[in-house]
Design a protein around this ligand. Structure first.
Ligand SMILES: Nc1ncnc2c1ncn2[C@@H]1O[C@H](COP(=O)(O)OP(=O)(O)OP(=O)(O)O)[C@@H](O)[C@H]1O
Length: 376
């Protein structure tokens, strides 16, 4: 075989084409199309049951598609139509799970070396590669220990070292951080991104945590009910959400959505005392639209004085949480519900404030939740 130490790794692009999976007649994944460039870090994001894990398992070769195809580069690795499915161990993938099983009777070095032996690497190449990945993960001083002599975090690093040692072209992660406490989660997610960059692999990562997604991804696919709601860079999704679902799912705090009805070209919110949400709209009388505002664009002004109708509705402060030198303030806005805005100052719980809206919202969505653009 070729000398793996001198083979430069070429990351694979990944394409999903009409990818679908049905369990007992129920669609779990209902036709995904996306194309990921080599070396990208894709996060599959969405609420429980939206099809993230099923998609990852199809990429891994643990599940066969009912229809549609998966390609790594030019190579079709699974095709539901023809039944083609390259076995998992021949796809050039590495998987990092939430739980990991190290061989208890083997040292750290032997655990990491094992997949290289299976792949037929020479003894000298194995030694060099094991040293390289242990150093990459900062665990080279643990090489002679057994798993029982390691902390949970150290064991996880050994498992990651073992996964990346054979130079997989594609790395797959299934909620690998969900068992860790908050602090370790942040540290480990930064390390996983470093591992991704150091290996040059194309990575696919499943989570329902949008903060994790925004922190790690080069690309995010938001799934909902087995369908692709939106695919793009984190900035695309934050700045140009295609649906109200994406707008509400992403961002910390998430975007504020306020519903209104068009009267004489102006969108007004009945639940905010008739406040104008957007003006100059070329939409039929009575059209229902939802206005989206990024939370930092809404202002909570002092509540005293005559309430002018355009000054917005009165809201009550429920909570103020410090965040990076500012405060995330959650308010109750009567029939408009609860939402969070970003304020410069702490505001006492129970205080009344007047909600001041910017002249125009960041986006408008129609009654179906899709982005609404004025006709023409
Ligand atoms: N082996 C299976 N047999 C039957 N139904 C399944 C199977 N695996 C998944 N499903 C169903 O397919 C749908 C998608 O499941 P999947 O695990 O992909 O979702 P998920 O987004 O990963 O959810 P979670 O975040 O809760 O893990 C769910 O309705 C689930 O019940």
């Amino acid at each position: 075989m070729k000398d793996p130490m001198t083979t430069t790794q070429t990351a694979a692009s990944i394409s999903l084409e009409g990818l679908a999976k049905t369990f007992g007649g129920q669609p779990a994944v209902a036709g995904l199309d996306l194309s990921l460039p080599p070396g990208a870090f894709l996060v599959l994001l969405g609420p429980s049951g939206c099809g993230k894990t099923t998609t990852l398992r199809m990429i891994a070769g643990l599940e066969d598609p009912t229809s549609g195809r998966i390609r790594f580069g030019d190579r079709v690795i699974a095709d539901g139509g023809s039944g083609l499915s390259v076995p998992a161990e021949r796809r050039g993938i590495g998987m990092v799970f939430q739980s990991y099983a190290l061989w208890p009777h083997m040292t750290v070095r032997a655990n990491v070396e094992w997949p290289l032996k299976v792949d037929g690497w020479s003894a000298a190449d194995r030694r060099a590669r094991v040293q390289e990945v242990l150093a990459m993960l900062g665990i080279d001083q643990l090489a002679g220990r057994h798993p029982a002599q390691l902390s949970g975090g150290q064991q996880q690093r050994v498992a990651i070292a073992r996964t990346v040692a054979p130079r997989p072209k594609v790395l797959l992660f299934d909620e690998p951080l969900s068992n860790l406490d908050a602090r370790l989660r942040v540290d480990t997610r930064a390390e996983l991104v470093q591992v991704h960059l150091a290996t040059g692999a194309t990575s696919v990562y499943v989570t329902h945590d949008q903060i994790e997604a925004l922190a790690m991804a080069t690309h995010i696919a938001v799934l909902r009910g087995g369908r692709l709601e939106q695919f793009g860079t984190p900035d695309d999704l934050l700045q140009r959400p295609r649906t109200a679902f994406v707008a509400e799912f992403l961002g910390s705090p998430s975007a504020v959505l306020l519903e209104g009805e068009v009267r004489g070209g102006t969108l007004r919110s009945a639940s905010l005392g008739g406040a104008a949400l957007a003006g100059g709209l070329d939409a039929p009388e009575g059209t229902v639209l939802t206005a989206m505002y990024r939370p930092e664009r809404l202002v909570l002004a002092a509540a005293e004085g005559e309430p002018a109708p355009e000054a917005g509705a009165e809201v009550t402060v429920l909570e103020a949480t410090p965040s990076a030198g500012r405060f995330v303030v959650t308010v109750a806005a009567g029939a408009a519900g609860r939402f969070s805005v970003v304020a410069e100052q702490r505001i006492a719980v129970g205080a009344k404030r007047r909600l001041v809206l910017p002249p125009a919202p960041d986006a408008l969505f129609d009654a179906a939740g899709d982005r609404w653009e004025p006709a023409g």
